[in-house]
Design a protein around this ligand. Structure first.
Ligand SMILES: NC(=O)c1ccc[n+]([C@@H]2O[C@H](COP(=O)([O-])OP(=O)(O)OC[C@H]3O[C@@H](n4cnc5c(N)ncnc54)[C@H](OP(=O)(O)O)[C@@H]3O)[C@@H](O)[C@H]2O)c1
Length: 293
């Protein structure tokens, strides 16, 4: 690692979201200067605002966490999904390229169609099934089209502090005694925003631009994931099939990502998803205990 990559001035977009809010403290802990901008301070759909912000802040790197992430709602408002994920990313790419600032673009496993039965490598063909997936791919293409220096990092099934997410929803429903029926025929990898932030911090320290897959380690389905979340709560979880739980957006039935390139680049193994989940649930319990005292 070169010295100048160890301590950079980094601008984080979408800093009020789930990943952005986990990433900023992680980067600070690593010694970076972080300018964390939520949507209220930087709306990526405004080219003028993106340009003036980059000129004013002059970061050495931008980590682009801002996104439209409502997977089902995107089917009924594609214009907005493309505006934020496609056009917003293009704005950032154009403004960053003009100032020679590298960008990390966070992308999704939903750029794949789920027809494979072995993990998707970064060289596999994309074919998104949903508007959300298509708009995330549009963002990837804008980044590749306009920037010389970029990282595209695809991740999957995120959960963590500060966001509505599957882990918090399942935990809450279990405590409320609600019946839990969860799909068992979509296969992928849960990823904690806290571990993903560490992988991203490791990656940007290498200066090795490119396309990466970054998730926690292992493979599961949503049903098994839910069982793991509530395993200490003695509640029953029933498996159901996707066809019995129709949703507006089609999800890939298999979206495990191959992380070989990332592991090779950062020189570290990734955290098993069950360990990342156990650590997250322990931190939630700690925070609840502290709040009740
Ligand atoms: N969550 C997952 O399971 C998952 C899986 C794979 C990849 N990803 C990707 O990971 C990244 C982070 O996702 P996340 O889970 O942290 O999502 P998130 O919690 O929804 O965060 C995204 C943030 O972007 C903000 N935003 C929306 N429109 C914006 C705009 N025009 N300008 C600036 N900010 C804007 C959102 O604000 P509002 O909420 O106020 O609109 C939100 O704070 C995204 O690129 C997402 O596509 C997520």
């Amino acid at each position: 690692m070169t010295e100048d990559l160890k301590r950079q001035k980094i601008l984080v977009t979408g800093a009020g979201g789930m990943l952005g809010s986990a990433l900023a403290p992680c980067l600070k802990k690593r010694g970076h200067e972080v300018v964390a901008l939520p949507k209220e301070d930087l709306d990526v759909t405004s080219y003028a605002q993106v340009g003036s912000t980059l000129k004013g802040v002059r970061p050495e790197l931008v980590i682009h966490c801002a996104a439209y992430t409502k997977v089902d709602q995107a089917e009924s408002e594609p214009g907005l999904a493309y505006l934020i994920n496609g056009y917003g990313s293009e704005n950032l790419a154009l403004a960053a390229q003009a100032l020679d600032i590298p960008v990390v673009y966070i992308s999704s496993d939903y750029v794949f169609d789920g027809e494979q039965t072995s993990p998707y490598t970064t060289w596999d063909k994309t074919r998104p099934l949903s508007i959300y997936g298509k708009s995330k791919l549009a963002g990837e293409e804008a980044i590749q089209r306009h920037l010389n220096k970029f990282y595209i990092v695809r991740t999957s099934w995120l959960y963590g502090p500060n966001g509505p997410n599957f882990v918090d929803t399942i935990s809450r429903m279990a405590k409320e005694g609600k019946p839990l029926k969860v799909v068992c025929d979509q296969i992928g990898t849960p990823t904690c925003t806290l571990t993903l932030s560490e992988y991203l911090a490791d990656l940007i320290a290498t200066g090795r631009y490119g396309v990466y897959h970054a998730t926690d380690e292992g493979v599961t389905n949503w049903y098994e994931f839910a069982k793991e979340i509530v395993k200490d709560l003695k509640v029953e979880v029933s498996p159901i099939e996707t066809k019995d739980f129709p949703r507006p957006a089609t999800r890939p039935k298999y979206s495990v990502l191959d992380k070989t390139t990332l592991v090779h680049t950062i020189g570290k193994e990734l955290t098993p998803w069950k360990k990342a989940l156990a650590d997250y649930l322990a931190s939630v319990r700690e925070a609840q205990k502290a709040a009740s005292h």
